[in-house]
Write a protein that binds this ligand. Structure first.
Ligand SMILES: [Zn+2]
Length: 96
């Protein structure tokens, strides 16, 4: 998160927005969980566990869709023989 979604103030890394005092904690937690699933997907790939990679890549994308997470999900989908899912992710990437 780069800016507060409520007032557009620059995000300073705290759980409360410095300008409007909105609680950003839940959003920060969701981003952390998405990052954690992305890391686990990468670790699963390194361990040759493609099913686990696919699971964590999907979770990461469902929590927060980033280009990195979308690419990883597309690759993971190919590795578990789900070309339809991979194509959908690839289409989303090219539409961003
Ligand atoms: Zn704010």
């Amino acid at each position: 998160m780069k800016r507060c979604p409520a007032c557009n103030a620059k995000y300073t890394g705290k759980r409360l927005c410095h300008r409007c005092k909105n609680n950003l904690g839940d959003l920060v937690d969701i981003e952390d969980r998405a990052r954690n699933h992305l890391k686990k997907a990468t670790e699963a790939f390194a361990s040759d566990n493609m099913r686990e990679m696919f699971f964590h890549a999907k979770r990461s994308c469902s929590l927060r869709r980033t280009q990195e997470a979308t690419k990883l999900l597309a690759y993971a989908a190919l590795l578990v023989s789900q070309p339809g899912v991979a194509m959908n992710q690839w289409t989303l990437l090219n539409d961003q």
